[in-house]
Design a protein around this ligand. Structure first.
Ligand code: HEC
Length: 500
């Protein structure tokens, strides 16, 4: 062991690395708030690990993406857990990056000499949101498809270059094969490379510039502005003093970081296991009645666009995020007052609370809105459009007069019709094709059937198809795990001459 570390030390200066990384001195009294940056890094590592495994199962094409996710969820050991962790990890990343930015902002830690690191941080925030946006499409379910449709439309309202941006994002005029492969490539190649590179720079600067001490330390007798030469001298002296009186990164600070990182990873496991990631029906580009819902961290923005009048929408769609990014990027350059304590920076305080308050209000309003894609109770999930049409027909034709579905119906079951079978789990017994033929003409299947025939002219083939799609979605309470066991025996085609 000793010989190995000596061998390595001669080649890569292990001792030097240890001195710069672990033995570096940090100001005293760092708070739990200071662990947010390393917590983000920890969750990113979890995302990289789970994402790599997910990528091994994922097929980035509209024909196979959904099935590959379904396969992962149902047939791969811990597949659902992995996906759950990755799904919630994405939300955790957004929360942590934003919380970290708020911490840095409210402690004035973006001021001299950390301006550059603030800029890298803003870039990292953008990249994390980019991960969320591109990753959302990958399962290729209804939610994914329609949210991306709206997202790319919003990008398209950018003046002048809007059309080009949409085409670049979608890889064509419509959402399709090219969009999915593009988003996949961005999600697993470009964004991870960018994030890793910029995060490395960000960390290098953290090691180089150190952590800003508690605000009070840098404010005693400080010159008023950070761009005056006296300030730089003043800063160097008081920072050196605070470091000298400080603690070592290893082990004093690492312990805090490790506690938070471990608890977060545990929490992700729990949420990933118990809540999971969810999967709606496969994307159906023809189902324009589906009401899109983006991921929660885009909801405030989405809600804002709903509030502004139509003519102003494109201004808000590009203007609001544009101005926000610009302000964030310029912040360390126009705010050069040396005050760092949050309670001595009234403008900063009002802006932060105003922004956060607005975001929370918008998020609240958006969550309170009634969920438009209501789950059909008898099916346990959202119906797609043919299924919805079939359900409406089922009511209109009073099929429920004879048949019971999930405890409802069956009121007219008198006399001959009293043994009409319950249809709550009919989708497990029969294929849609069988149900279709049956509804058309029950007497073909069962001479003297008590069920009236609904074939044309009563209902069109299209309508019967919708009915049978709806019925084959009826799979009882355990629809998620129940397996179909079809007992479909089709009758011989009717011969012109009936046998006696
Ligand atoms: C007058 C009562 C009555 C009405 C109305 C009725 N059915 Fe039936 N249905 C029956 C009976 C009775 C059976 C049992 C099979 C038989 O006797 O042929 C049946 C069987 C079925 C089956 C086969 C179930 C199985 O498990 O094999 C399906 C599917 C079905 N009905 C769908 C419908 C649909 C859809 C409607 C409305 C368009 C409808 N039924 C309207 C009485 C009715």
């Amino acid at each position: 062991m000793n010989r190995l570390s000596k061998w390595l030390d001669e080649r890569i200066d292990l001792v030097g690395i240890r001195r710069t990384l672990l033995d570096r001195r940090m100001p005293r009294d760092l708070t739990w708030w200071h662990t947010l940056g390393s917590a983000t890094l920890a969750v990113f590592l979890v995302q990289a690990a789970t994402g790599t495994i997910l990528a091994m199962y994922y097929a980035p094409s509209p024909d196979h993406a959904y099935d590959s996710i379904r396969y992962l969820e149902h047939s791969v050991a811990s597949g659902a857990l992995l996906r759950g962790i990755h799904h919630w990890g994405a939300s955790a990343m957004v929360i942590l990056v934003v919380a970290h930015a708020i911490r840095v902002f409210s402690m004035g830690a973006y001021k001299y000499p950390r301006e550059l690191n603030w800029l890298l941080g803003v870039a990292l925030l953008g990249i994390v949101l980019g991960f969320g946006f591109t990753g959302y499409l990958l399962p290729w379910d209804q939610k994914a498809y329609w949210a991306t449709q709206v997202g790319t439309n919003i990008a398209g309202t950018t003046p002048v270059v809007g059309a080009v941006i949409v085409k670049l994002l979608r890889g064509g005029a419509q959402l399709g094969v090219a969009t999915l492969t593009r988003f996949y490539a961005l999600h697993v190649l470009l964004l991870p490379a960018l994030l890793a590179g910029i995060a490395l720079l960000h960390l290098t600067l953290v090691v180089r510039n150190g952590i800003a001490p508690r605000t009070g330390v840098l404010e005693l007798n400080a010159p008023a502005r950070t761009d005056s030469p006296e300030y730089h001298r003043y800063y160097a002296e008081s920072y050196a003093a605070s470091k000298k009186a400080g603690v070592r990164f290893w082990p004093d600070i690492v312990v805090l970081d490790a506690v938070i990182a471990t608890s977060l990873v545990l929490l992700l496991f729990l949420v990933g296991h118990f809540v999971g990631a969810g999967l709606e029906l496969p994307a159906d580009p023809s189902d324009s009645s589906y009401v899109p819902r983006p991921e929660w961290y885009f909801l405030p923005f989405f809600q804002l666009l709903k509030l502004v009048p139509g003519s102003m929408e494109s201004v808000a769609a590009v203007g609001v995020p544009g101005v926000l990014v610009l302000v964030l990027l310029l912040l360390p350059f126009f705010d050069r007052r040396s005050a760092r304590a949050f309670n001595r920076r009234p403008v900063a305080r009002i802006s932060l609370f105003g922004l956060l308050g607005g975001i929370v209000l918008l998020l609240g309003a958006s969550i309170r809105e009634p969920k438009p894609t209501a789950i059909a109770p008898e099916v346990g999930r959202v119906l797609n459009s043919p299924e919805r049409a079939g359900r409406a027909l089922f009511e209109r034709q009073q099929c429920g007069g004879c048949h019971i579905v999930a405890g409802k119906g069956g009121a007219d079951r008198k006399g001959d019709a009293k043994d009409s079978p319950e249809l709550t789990e009919v989708g497990l017994r029969h294929s849609a094709a069988y149900i279709h033929s049956f509804i058309e003409d029950p007497s073909r299947f069962h001479t003297g059937s008590k069920m009236p025939a609904f074939g044309p002219p009563v209902l069109s083939h299209q309508e019967i198809e919708e009915l049978s799609r709806y019925l084959s979605s009826l799979r009882g309470k355990n629809w998620q795990t129940a397996k179909e066991e079809f007992v479909d025996t089709f009758p011989e085609p009717r011969k012109p001459k009936e046998k006696p």
